[in-house]
Design a binder for this molecule. Structure first.
Ligand SMILES: [Zn+2]
Length: 406
């Protein structure tokens, strides 16, 4: 088989395209495959498909999958046609999407690698510049979002994700499907509003419940855009707030005790913060005397641990009775951080009680969270928030990313 026929075969070129030449550059370790069109072929406008007269041709190059150890490039003079309606347009080629300098098969390969290894590693392994790899990812996400069907998702999770320390994006996910639906810049009301605005009216109407942190901008944006949806505060976020209150009590008390030569609280921070259900026998044994002591920290800790029982009730009346007695205990504690926590929770009691009917939390998207952590780690400092958002869509959006090809 001659080289031209070989390449025509492995490229699977459809009519009227054919291989006119194959050039092997041994020193440069590359193969250049020249493509042309059969002389009698007609040209079609890429916009309307109508047959149009030719205008001129433009030389183009595309990087293709390597031929063994040789990098491989396709070259063609691509005709432009003159459409009476759309003007002068370059005709579509079957091996690449308009505007790309890579063949569709090469982009598929790069997409597969980026899903496994991230953008930077893929760029190194496939000898792409970072911005070329980024361009492939960007086109993949754009086409994935454009193709995404209009699915209805009754249960949403809203969360903020940090990067580069103090920068944030807002992520809206489908808690049932475990996929990211929208990503917006920042963590204010506007950010979440823009996510809701990206949904269709039917999609907004279909939302029944939204899990989120007790973050007022998110509450306001949700009440405004989804007035019928139930807002449910994430119980792990509440556990975190309660843990911070205990930690404030511990820090103040540890300082006071240390001044009196008592170092019982030294190095105990994580003992107070960890989930007792996850302790091993030794941790429990060591921690037991402290927990049962008459220290203020032990009292704060007991109040916090008891609070978490609130989330076991499925009846609003019982949960509400429980909260009342917990609140009265917490407010008699004379521990300021605990008092503050109790009042914050009381002012949001209505939404806290929504958990009885909708026991949802953002931890349902735990797999998603670890993926986003991985994205952050593999990217090691995004050049822009836009790049971070794009990578979240790429890895967590369950999108159809591949380009069309022959
Ligand atoms: Zn046209």
């Amino acid at each position: 088989m001659r080289d031209r026929e070989l390449y025509a075969k492995i490229l699977g070129l459809p009519e009227p395209w054919l291989v006119v030449d194959v050039e092997l550059d041994v020193a440069g370790k590359s193969v250049v495959v020249r493509l042309g069109r059969s002389a009698d072929s007609t040209l079609a406008c890429p916009e309307c498909g109508r047959s149009c007269p030719g205008y001129d041709t433009q030389p183009r190059r595309w990087r293709h999958l390597d031929t063994c150890q040789y990098s491989t490039v396709l070259e063609a003079d691509v005709p432009r046609c003159s459409c009476p309606e759309h003007g002068v347009k370059q005709v579509k080629v079957p091996w690449a999407e308009p505007g790309s300098r890579f063949t569709a098969l090469f982009e598929r390969l790069a997409i597969d690698w980026m899903q496994e290894a991230g953008r930077s590693a893929t760029a190194r392994q496939l000898r792409l510049s970072w911005s070329e790899a980024d361009g492939i990812m960007q086109r993949a996400v754009d086409r994935g979002l454009a193709r995404r069907p209009e699915t209805l998702t009754p249960v949403l999770g809203v969360d903020e994700k940090s990067f580069q320390g103090r920068e944030f994006v807002t992520v809206v996910c489908d808690l049932d499907g475990g996929t990211v639906l929208h990503v917006a810049d920042g963590r204010g009301s506007e950010a979440l509003k823009s996510c809701y605005e990206a949904m269709t009216a039917a999609q907004r109407d279909a939302v029944e419940a939204v899990a989120m942190d007790m973050h007022q901008p998110y509450v306001l944006a949700t009440q405004k855009a989804l007035p019928e949806a139930t807002i449910v505060f994430d119980k792990f976020h509440i556990a975190k707030l309660a843990g911070e209150a205990v930690d404030q009590v511990r820090r103040a008390e540890a300082k006071k005790l240390a001044a009196e030569g008592d170092d019982r609280l030294k190095g105990t921070r994580y003992s107070w913060l960890r989930n007792p259900l996850e302790e091993d026998a030794q941790q429990r044994q060591e921690f037991e005397p402290l927990r049962k002591s008459n220290l203020k920290t032990a009292r704060a800790w007991a109040i916090k641990e008891t609070l978490m029982d609130f989330f076991r009730y499925s009846q609003v009346k019982r949960a509400s009775d429980f909260f009342r007695s917990w609140f009265s205990w917490a407010s008699r504690s004379k521990l300021r951080p605990i008092l503050r926590l109790a009042h914050t929770l009381k002012s949001r009691l209505g939404m806290l009680l929504n958990y009885c009917k909708w026991p949802i939390t953002n931890a349902a998207s735990e797999a998603l969270n670890s993926k986003i952590q991985w994205i952050k780690y593999t990217a090691r400092g995004f050049r822009s928030r836009e790049g971070y958002r794009r990578a979240i869509y790429f890895h967590c959006g369950d999108l159809e990313l591949y380009p069309q090809s022959f």
